[in-house]
Each structure stands twice: as structure tokens, then as C-alpha cells.
Design a protein around this ligand. Structure first.
Ligand code: IVH
Length: 684
């Protein structure tokens, strides 16, 4: 191999280049990695070494050319051969209907017009010039006529091919698209910046812009930038496809990253349906978008429609309501959380963000207030993204008044008057009152207890819990199960029907799982995942309560801090009593041996069932669905909703329907309740 390698160095280098480019394409464009990172690195190092020994082999499409070179004194100006225009904006349904009407009139269309729909990425527009298939120049949009030459930086973006994947490339091709940063990469970058004492970026777009407009491309090479193509400038030496959708498919075929979230729709109805679909999934997308874009699909129609001033008549951006807004910090107060954590909160002059009026925004903790240097009287950028609590992104320093005041952490809890203490190694200050003394902690703990992922008691919201605590109707979670109709119905804004619903929800919640119950207790550092692990490991509540530190440390994911917190919780007689009272009040769950006790056999079953998928159907004689699911998950299995070839077992109870039929057709093992229990015990 070595001999062969050195016998034909140019061939080896060419092979390495092709391999590395292929793997980068699989990773960044297809989202489907083809080799482990370490293997990629090994091939990369081999190619770098070869090129170092034989500099003549270094070609412009070599992946080694992505690492970045010496800093530039400044960016050169690049004149765009075809100007880079902007898009008209639409903000509501009427704007979209009007756009569609203008298009139909412009085309004198009788029926519905077909549109290509795509996302409006929140990044920076870039023009990539390929000559004979090789990337030769990249420029920012600039003012649309002239941009900046950012070729060295663009080369470091692995998603962007240095060579097009095609046999006979066009002599000239300008690909247009957006450079952006994924949300997860943005969070990682900011963590890195913070750890290095560097300034953090306000949002992924600023981070992408800041990274791309670096004169030192070695810095850019360390920033995880992405690219999606959405348009074309000059094309010479190849025929243009006849539609925008076909153009994007062609880009995809020649190795350009194109976003999957695109479609062809008909008429205004189709456009609005796309907008709503993307709107609903926006928060789950890995990158930020500020709307969607509609483009008349047929390129011949686009040409007929032409342009008005600097925007095309054939396309429009349908924007989502802005997620950021400017407003005034009128005061900075504090909020007391269920674990006593004191969170500084900016009290804001009311401002509409993304269609919702925001009056409070979290400042997370004292250090964060100092780092962002937020003062009372400041004008700030607030952001609301999806369901998350609004936060203060940054201060607008130019608007700071002379009398702006700094925030001081209070010495005592504003709710119960106990001392506020901040441990040396913690970012968070806490009220030392505990949930027995501090009503805020009590309310927070109760709201956590009733929340969907804990005991899931529907109808017991913030206002109700507030009233129940303030009127001393309840003091602990166990008191919830002692509530009667009269004590609920006399509360403010509580109709008889709602009171009955709450009582029903409470009754229903009594049948739960061990994992939910542990999670509901609100032990510090015990989230849903840890609660599940504890339930799986110990099987019984008493085993969790009496576990030694050593035993707790055997649980997957439990480290010293979490173990200590669990032990501390159960050492407190008040907490032990709470568990007893809840049990006495009727709260129950299925228990099992636990993998700790039945180590040998259960472990074997655990691993034998690891990753196996179960489907539950019909009503089981003794176990509720949740209890059966919890037992399966505790043994390492998974529970799915529908039967497929991948299903390992179908657990069927009374009145099992089509799932049972399908299981029989596919020849999948069918168990009844006893069969399931035996399997889990490792008997069968
Ligand atoms: S097409 C002639 N498509 O929006 C049409 N632009 O206001 C030119 N943008 O500067 C643009 N996503 O930065 C187009 N799918 C998309 C886009 C998009 C984001 C940005 C782009 C451009 C601005 C136009």
C-alpha cells in the first residue's frame, strides 16, 4: 500500500481529494455522514502531508485549501455582473392574495399560477462564481451592485463545493444563496466566546456576518458556517432549466446545498398553506428564518413579469412577525423560582414582539446582568423565540441616559424575607427559606408537580395554585388530593364545571409511573431523564429513598452533585412525609424489582430487550398503558404507536384491533399481560 502510494503520488492525491470532497458533501449537503470524523481527519492529514512534499499537487479544489490563509489588509470590491436585488415584503394574508393577483394579471393567467416556495433564511446573501466547475470568486451582496470579495473566507465553508459535481460544467455559473449559522453552532460559538472572555454574538445572523467579514480567514475557518443556494446570476455554456424548482433540483444534483424545505404550490391558498406549515415548524428548524419566499415557478413567466425598481415582480418574502424589538427597561426586579433561585427580571415598557405584548424579560442571573451591562433606564433589544421566555439580548449603548442605574441583588427574599445566599461556585443566588417558608418556592414546586410532564393535572394553572396557596387552602402537593368540591368552587373565577374538571384530573393523575412521580417531587438536578433512570434502576420508591450515595452513583447519568442532591432531599423528614402522604392519598404506580436488585438476570433481559420496540394495543387486565410502557422502558425497550417490520413484540389486551391483525400478518411475537411480565422478569 505504502509503495503503491508513493509510486503514484499524483493519483493518490487526486483520490484523497475526491474522497474528502465526497465525504464533505455527504456530511454538509446530504446531512448523511459517510465516515467517522476521525477517519476524515486521517485522510485530510495524509493529503496535507502529500501536498507539503509536492506543492505542485495543490489544486484550488483541494479540501486543504479550506483552512484559511494570511489576513487581508481589506476586502476588495467586486462588481456583480447581474445585480443582487432584494425582495418585496408581505406581512399578512391580504398582502399574499394581492401579490398573487398582481402576478395573475401580469401574466394574464386564466387559472392558478404555480409557485416555488422556500424559506427566507436569516443570514447573508452571497454570490459564488464557478468557472469551468471551479469556485473562483465569492462576494457579499453589498449594495446590490458592488460587494466585497470574501473568497478566502467562503472557501473555508465545507458545505460549499470547491468543484461542481458534474461532467461538463458551464463556463460561468453564478450561484446565489445565503450563508448562515445553525442555532446549535451559534450556541457553541457563544459558549466558546464567553469562556475565552470574548464578546458574544447577539444572534446567529450577526455571528454569521461577523465570521464571514473577517479579514483573517483562519478565524472564519473555525466558525461553523453553512450555505443554502436559492438563485442564479450569470450562466454561460449551459442551458437554464425551465423552472425555479428545476433549478434548485439541478443545484442539488451538482453538489450545491439546497434546503429540503421547499415545494411547488398553486395559487394564494397554496402559498398560505406553506406559510402556516413552516410557521408551525419554525422553532424546530436547526436555523433561523424570518419568513418564507414565494417565486413564480416558470422562469419564462419570471422574465415576463420583470422588476419594479430593485425588487422582482415575480417573487415576494412573506415575513413572520419580528421576534426582536427595542424597548425601555423601567426597572429590574427579581423572581423566586421553585428551587429558590433568584432570577433578575427586566420590567419593560410594553412592546409587541412576534405578535405578543412583552412586559418582562429574563436576565438569567447576576453575572448575566453585569456581562450584558443592563441598567435601569437602558434601551434594550428583547427577543421572543417560540415558546421560550422573552430575554434581553443586548443594550443599545448610544441610548443610555446619564441617570441609568445599576441592578443590585437584594439581600433578602422579596417573598418570604429569608436571606439570599449565593454559593461561591454557583452563578445563581438563592432564597434560603426553602419551600416550607417561602410561598414563591411553594407555588413553583406545586406548579412543577402538576405540570404536564410530571403528574399532568390539567386545569390546575398558575392562578389557581396562587389562590390555593395564598388562602392557605393547601400547603403541600399532598393537600391537592384532599381538595373537595366546595373549597375549589368558592375560588375566584371558578365555575362548578371547572371545579369538577380539576377534581377529575386529580383523580386521574393518581395512577402514574414511578418516573413521573420522582420527577414531580422537584428534587434539584433531577430532570425527566434522571427520574426515568432512577425509576429504571431502582424499580421501587423505597429503594430510591433509602439509596446510599454509592448506590445512587451506580445509576446512569448520576454524578456526585446529583447523587448528593437526591440524598439530601430524602434525608429531610418533611420530604419523606410528603411521599407517604401522597401514597396515602391514593397516588400509585407499578413497581418492579429494579435492575440493581436483580442484577444478574434482569441485566441480561435488560440488554436482550435493549432497543427492542413494543407496541401496546387493547386494554390490559391489570396494568395501565403508562405502567406497561414504563416497565418496558425500564427494561431498555421502546414503545411505539404503530406496528411495522421493526416491531419486536405486540402486547395485546382486550379489544385489540387492527394492530393485532397487522402483527399477525407480519409474524410478530404477540404477548398478553402475563407474557409481558414474564418476559420482563426474564422467565420466558
Ligand atoms: S431571492 C431577486 N430567496 O433576502 C430575488 N432571497 O430581500 C433575490 N433571502 O438579500 C433574493 N432567503 O439575503 C431569495 N430563499 C431566498 C432567500 C432570500 C433569504 C434574503 C437574501 C436577500 C434578501 C432579499
Amino acid at each position: 500500500m505504502q509503495d503503491e502510494l508513493f509510486a503514484d503520488v499524483p493519483a493518490r492525491a487526486a483520490w484523497l481529494r475526491a474522497e474528502l470532497n465526497r465525504h464533505a458533501h455527504a456530511y454538509y449537503v446530504l446531512d448523511n455522514p459517510s465516515i467517522p470524523d476521525a477517519e476524515y481527519d486521517r485522510l485530510f492529514l495524509e493529503l496535507s502531508a502529500l501536498e507539503q512534499q509536492h506543492p505542485e499537487l495543490r489544486s484550488p479544489d483541494s479540501p486543504t485549501q479550506r483552512v484559511g490563509g494570511a489576513p487581508l489588509p481589506q476586502f476588495e470590491a467586486v462588481r456583480h455582473s447581474v445585480p443582487m436585488l432584494s425582495l418585496g415584503n408581505g406581512f399578512d394574508d391580504d398582502d399574499v392574495v394581492a401579490f398573487d393577483r398582481r402576478v395573475r394579471e401580469g401574466l394574464r393567467a386564466d387559472g392558478e399560477v404555480d409557485y416555488a416556495t422556500e424559506l427566507k433564511f436569516d443570514g447573508l446573501a452571497i454570490n459564488l462564481r464557478y468557472e469551468n466547475g471551479i469556485l473562483v470568486e465569492a462576494a457579499t451582496r453589498g449594495d446590490g451592485a458592488t460587494g466585497e470579495n470574501v473568497t478566502a473566507n467562503i472557501r473555508t465553508i465545507r458545505a460549499i463545493p470547491l468543484r461542481l459535481r458534474m461532467e461538463n460544467p458551464p463556463t460561468v455559473l453564478d450561484v446565489r444563496g445565503e450563508v448562515l449559522m445553525f442555532k446549535a453552532d451559534f450556541d457553541r460559538l457563544n459558549t466558546r466566546q464567553r469562556d475565552a472572555g470574548q464578546k458574544e454574538f447577539a444572534n446567529p445572523r450577526n455571528a454569521a456576518a461577523g465570521s464571514l467579514r473577517q479579514l483573517d480567514s483562519r478565524i472564519t475557518s473555525q466558525r461553523a458556517l453553512r450555505f443554502y443556494a436559492y438563485g442564479i446570476g450569470v450562466l454561460e455554456g449551459a442551458a437554464l432549466p425551465d423552472s425555479h424548482a428545476a433549478l434548485l433540483d439541478w443545484f442539488d444534483a451538482i453538489g450545491m446545498p439546497v434546503c429540503k424545505e421547499r415545494s411547488i404550490v398553486s395559487g394564494a391558498e397554496g402559498l398560505l398553506a406553506f406559510y402556516r406549515d413552516i410557521g408551525a415548524r419554525r422553532a424546530a428548524l436547526p436555523y433561523e428564518i424570518d419568513g418564507v419566499v414565494y417565486k413564480v415557478n416558470r422562469l419564462a413567466d419570471q422574465q415576463r413579469l420583470g422588476f419594479v425598481s430593485r425588487a422582482p415582480r415575480f417573487a415576494i418574502a412573506h415575513k413572520f412577525p419580528a421576534q426582536e424589538a427595542l424597548t425601555l427597561v423601567q426597572d429590574i426586579g427579581v423572581q423566586v423560582g421553585r428551587t429558590g433561585a433568584i432570577t433578575p427580571v427586566a420590567r419593560l415598557a410594553p412592546v409587541s414582539v412576534g405578535g405578543v405584548t412583552v412586559t418582562n424579560a429574563t436576565l438569567h442571573n447576576e453575572d448575566e446582568v453585569r456581562r450584558k451591562d443592563v441598567r435601569i433606564g437602558d434601551t434594550v433589544i428583547v427577543r421572543r423565540a417560540g415558546d421560550v421566555i422573552p430575554e434581553v439580548v443586548a443594550v443599545v449603548p448610544e441610548r443610555r441616559p446619564a441617570d441609568a442605574r445599576e441592578f443590585l441583588m437584594p439581600a433578602v427574599c422579596p417573598v418570604c424575607g429569608s436571606a439570599i445566599i449565593r454559593a461561591e461556585d454557583e452563578a445563581v443566588a438563592r432564597c434560603s427559606g426553602g419551600w416550607t417558608k417561602c410561598a414563591a418556592q411553594k407555588k413553583g414546586g406545586l406548579l412543577h408537580f402538576v405540570s404536564r410532564r410530571a403528574m399532568d393535572i390539567e386545569g390546575l394553572g398558575e392562578q389557581l395554585v396562587e389562590q390555593l396557596v395564598d388562602r392557605h387552602v393547601i400547603a403541600t402537593a399532598a393537600d391537592l388530593y384532599k381538595l373537595g368540591f366546595a373549597s375549589l368552587a368558592e375560588l375566584e373565577r371558578m365555575a362548578d364545571k371547572s371545579a369538577r374538571n380539576v377534581l377529575n384530573a386529580l383523580e386521574k393523575s393518581k395512577s402514574t409511573t414511578l418516573a413521573r412521580f420522582i420527577y414531580a417531587l422537584g428534587i434539584r438536578h433531577v430532570g425527566e431523564a434522571t427520574a426515568k433512570e432512577l425509576a429504571r434502576h431502582f424499580g421501587r420508591m423505597d429503594s430510591v429513598m433509602d439509596a446510599t450515595l454509592e448506590q445512587l452513583l451506580e445509576v446512569a447519568d448520576v454524578g456526585p452533585v446529583v447523587a448528593a442532591s437526591i440524598q439530601q432531599f430524602f434525608v429531610d423528614p418533611l420530604n419523606r412525609e410528603l411521599v407517604e402522604q401522597l401514597r396515602a392519598g391514593g397516588v400509585h404506580w407499578a413497581e418492579h424489582e429494579g435492575i440493581a436488585a436483580a442484577a444478574t438476570d434482569a441485566d441480561k433481559v435488560g440488554s436482550a430487550l435493549q432497543g427492542k420496540t413494543f407496541v401496546l394495543t387493547g386494554t390490559l387486565p391489570n396494568l395501565t398503558r403508562d405502567a406497561a410502557a414504563a416497565m418496558i422502558e425500564a427494561a431498555g425497550g421502546k414503545v411505539a404507536g404503530s406496528v411495522s417490520k421493526k416491531t419486536a413484540y405486540v402486547v395485546a389486551g382486550e379489544e385489540a384491533g387492527s394492530k393485532l391483525v397487522k402483527a399477525a400478518e407480519l409474524g410478530i411475537a404477540i404477548l398478553d399481560e402475563t407474557g409481558l411480565i414474564e418476559l420482563l422478569k426474564g422467565i420466558s
